[in-house]
Write a new protein. Structure first.
Lengths: 294, 214
């Protein structure tokens, strides 16, 4: 990035960050008029879109107060929050399992022994290109035929862990590779075994560096728990399905559920961004270039 | 093994539908992504805010929720569209949010001098974006866009959950009829792996052809 005087001056004057200085300067009178016109047009387009949506809702009676009133009552929310708790449970267990497997796979891929390295690499490369839903179907319909009928909770948690382990493995691998070789060598020179040196010296540093990606991937896994809809595990989305079948407030129910997901995931993404911004001030840069975009 | 050969037609149809879903939603995602990324770097504050709201809203709600909401909810407010069309549009809009973020990071990677030069030549915002900045930005994000393409391929499987009979749903149907899960699901998995390999190959070729060395 260029840090020539002119660029910096522009940045300071407009007081905006990043993208702003690339495509426009501080606008002159004509530019300001154009921006005002564009603003007005955008607002009009937004209002038109909202009006259209409201008209469709109203024309089909979906705006009637008694179709929305149930969502101001406690029993409805208690039911949905129960679903949210199941979502959180499934997510927490899957995240823990997937992360543990991810660390093992990452270490496996970096192992000096070919007999560990190749199977780990194969697992990651294969699982990364198989949809989670296909794994869910395998657990739902294939395993019971071979005598393995898991409890409902695990029918969701197992495929999610299996598929996300590969993603976590790649994140951890990027983190481990970003830790300078000298760290491991210093550990070995102190007489630690390779395993102990990894555990005590390399992994803690690696985990700290990839923390934002780990939070981002966890938020992705939380979204994946909506596959409970297919499994009939009563997490948030499936609870919504049951509720909508019962009270026939289909749109209202799913909109409320979308809103709940939005609030929770937006907070998690914000956490990831905050962590990343905090790390940017630290010296370790290599990891951001090495880590895949989450 | 003859479970597969007996049902080659179903697998073929499913694979074809997965490919169609993926290609159409990718095209839509690219269009939406460019539009939203342009909005997010524009000098108009309302447009920037709208672009950000789009990305945050789409990315933070699971795709399956969007699919269920669109497929079962839209008819309730009198919007009738085919199942395949609805699924394609929803996946395109969802992936569009991720595409927009990738393109925006590409725009940020274009040296500031390029934009300044474009303005010095008297190009308007849209002209400098279209003629100078975007061509360079898109070249730098071939790899991330390839990852989004693979993610889109994986996500088309969710259309099976709302009734589109693509590869995953086809495999499930064949299994319900034949009850030989191992071969059937392995075949479907191999199908996805082959498609991802093709995406990877295309991305690699594009990357080699288009990369700019800075």
């Amino acid at each position: 990035m260029s840090t020539r005087g002119s660029t910096r001056r522009t940045t300071r004057r407009t007081g905006r960050r990043g993208t702003a200085r690339l495509l426009f300067d501080e606008p002159g009178p004509r530019g300001r008029r154009r921006i005002r016109i564009a603003t007005a047009l955008t607002v009009l387009a937004g209002l038109a879109l909202a009006a259209l949506a409201l008209r469709q809702f109203a024309a089909n009676g979906q705006l009637d107060a008694d179709r929305w009133r149930p969502y101001g009552t406690w029993p409805m929310w208690r039911y949905l929050l129960e679903g949210l708790r199941s979502t959180a449970e499934a997510a927490a267990v899957s995240i823990a399992l997937a992360m543990a497997a991810g660390v093992a796979l990452a270490l496996g891929r970096l192992s000096p022994s070919r007999w560990i390295r190749l199977p780990s690499a194969a697992y990651v490369e294969v699982v990364r290109t198989i949809p989670a839903l296909l794994l869910v179907y395998v657990v739902l319909f294939a395993l019971p035929r071979y005598g393995l009928d898991l409890p409902l909770f695990w029918k969701l948690a197992v495929p999610l862990s299996v598929s996300n382990a590969a993603a976590f493995a790649e994140i951890f691998r990027a983190g481990i590779r970003s830790v300078e070789r000298g760290q491991l060598e210093a550990g070995l020179a102190l007489g630690l075994t390779r395993g102990r040196a990894m555990q005590l010296i390399v992994l803690p540093q690696a985990a700290r560096r990839v923390l934002p990606s780990l939070v981002g991937q966890s938020a992705g896994l939380l979204k994946d728990t909506s596959l409970g809809y297919v499994v009939s595990y009563a997490e948030l989305l499936y609870s919504g399905k049951v509720l909508a079948n019962y009270n026939h407030l289909l749109i209202q129910t799913y909109l409320v559920i979308a809103l709940i997901y939005l609030v929770i995931n937006a907070s998690l993404s914000k956490l990831a961004r905050t962590l990343e911004a905090r790390q940017r001030t630290r010296p370790s840069r290599a990891v951001r270039e090495a880590a895949p975009a989450a | 093994m003859n479970v597969i050969t007996d049902h080659l037609g179903e697998f073929g149809d499913g694979l074809l539908l997965t490919v169609e879903l993926t290609l159409l939603s990718l095209a839509g995602a690219l269009a939406a992504g460019i539009a939203v990324a342009a909005a997010r770097v524009s000098p108009v504050r309302v447009l920037r805010a709208a672009g950000m709201a789009y990305v945050e809203t789409l990315q933070n709600v699971p795709l399956l929720v969007w699919l269920v909401l669109a497929v079962f909810g839209l008819p309730e407010i009198g919007v009738m569209a085919g199942l395949f069309t609805t699924a394609t549009v929803v996946i395109a809009l969802y992936q569009g949010a991720y595409t927009a973020e990738a393109i925006r990071s590409g725009i940020n990677a274009v040296p500031a001098g390029q934009g300044e030069a474009a303005r010095a030549l008297g190009l308007t915002f849209v002209q400098s974006l279209r003629l100078v900045v975007l061509p360079q930005a898109l070249r730098t994000v071939v790899q991330p866009l390839g990852n989004i393409a693979i993610m889109t391929l994986m996500n088309t499987a969710l259309a099976a959950a709302v009734g589109v009979v693509e590869l995953t749903a086809a495999a499930n149907r064949v299994n319900l009829a034949e009850a030989q899960p191992i071969w059937i699901f392995v075949t479907a998995g191999l199908g996805y792996m082959a498609l991802s390999a093709v995406v990877g190959l295309v991305t690699g070729t594009l990357e080699r052809k288009l990369a700019i060395l800075r």
